[in-house]
Design a protein around this ligand. Structure first.
Ligand code: ADE
Length: 225
C-alpha cells in the first residue's frame, strides 16, 4: 500500500513514521510512505502556501493552488482510492475504518494547518474527512501519523504474529483483556493462576470473559453498537 502525505510540516511526521512497526513495514516493502512538502508547490519564491481568509478573522488558510498542484501531480502518476483530509469536523476515526482503509492500494492524506484549507479543495478533491477525536490539534500532521500507524500495522505481513492484530482492542467490538509478564508476583499482586496453568483452552475462555467484562465496564457503547 502507498500513502502520500501532503503537509507544510513534514518534520512532524518523520519521527513518528520513522520508527518501530511503521519503519519495519516500509523497510520490508509492505508499505510505501511518501511525504510531500506543500511548500514545494508554493505560489512564489517566498514559499507562500497560505493567505488571510476572505471576510476577515484570525488565522491563515491553506490556499487552493499549491494543494491542487500537489494532488494533480500525484494523480498523474497513479490512481488513488481516497483523498483524505484530516480535520476536527470529519468523521471520527475508528478500528473499523482502519480495517477498511488497509485494503486500499493508494491513498493521499492531506494535513490541514492554521485555520484549515480552502473549502473548494474539499469540494473538488477530498473524498473523506477524518477526525481523530473531539479536540483541536495545531495541525493535521499528528492525526495523519496516527491514521497511518493504525492502517500500516494491519497490512498483511507487518506484524510478526498475524494473530496479534486480530486480538487488538476494538476488533470484534471488544477491548483487549489484561496481560501479564514476569515476575508472577509483584508487590503482593499475583498473576491469575489460570494464565500459569498451561491450559490453552481455559486461558482462551478466561481472556474472552475478561475482554467482555472490561468492555461492559468501560465501553458499553461498543458492545452493541
Ligand atoms: N486537525 C486538528 N485537529 C484535528 C483532529 N482532532 N483530527 C484530525 N485532524 C485535526
Amino acid at each position: 500500500m502507498r500513502i502520500d502525505i501532503i503537509t507544510v510540516q513534514p518534520a512532524l511526521l518523520e519521527s513518528p513514521l520513522g520508527h518501530s512497526m511503521v519503519k519495519r513495514a516500509v523497510d520490508k516493502g509492505f508499505a510505501q510512505i511518501n511525504l510531500v512538502n506543500l511548500r514545494d508547490y508554493a505560489l512564489n519564491r517566498y514559499g507562500q502556501v497560505d493567505d488571510y481568509q476572505f471576510g476577515g478573522g484570525a488565522g491563515m488558510v491553506l490556499m487552493c493552488e499549491p494543494i491542487a498542484k500537489a494532488i494533480d501531480e500525484l494523480k498523474a502518476q497513479r490512481q488513488y482510492d481516497d483523498v483524505i483530509y484530516t480535520t476536527p469536523d470529519g468523521q471520527t476515526w475508528n478500528q473499523k475504518m482502519a480495517n477498511a482503509m488497509s485494503l486500499k492500494n493508494n491513498i493521499i492524506l492531506l494535513c490541514g494547518h492554521y485555520k484549515g484549507i480552502d473549502e473548494r479543495i474539499r469540494q473538488l478533491y477530498v473524498t473523506k474527512e477524518i477526525s481523530i477525536g473531539d479536540f483541536v490539534l495545531t495541525g493535521g500532521e499528528l492525526a495523519a501519523a496516527i491514521i497511518t500507524d493504525s492502517i500500516v500495522r494491519l497490512l498483511p505481513g507487518v506484524l510478526g504474529n498475524e494473530e496479534s492484530a486480530l486480538s487488538d482492542s476494538f476488533q470484534d467490538n471488544l477491548l483487549a483483556p489484561p496481560v501479564y509478564t514476569r515476575p508472577s508476583e509483584f508487590r503482593g499482586l499475583k498473576v491469575p493462576d489460570i494464565l500459569l496453568s498451561g491450559h490453552t483452552l481455559k486461558i482462551e475462555e478466561w481472556r474472552m470473559e475478561q475482554a467482555e467484562l472490561r468492555t461492559k465496564e468501560r465501553r458499553p457503547d461498543i458492545l452493541n453498537p
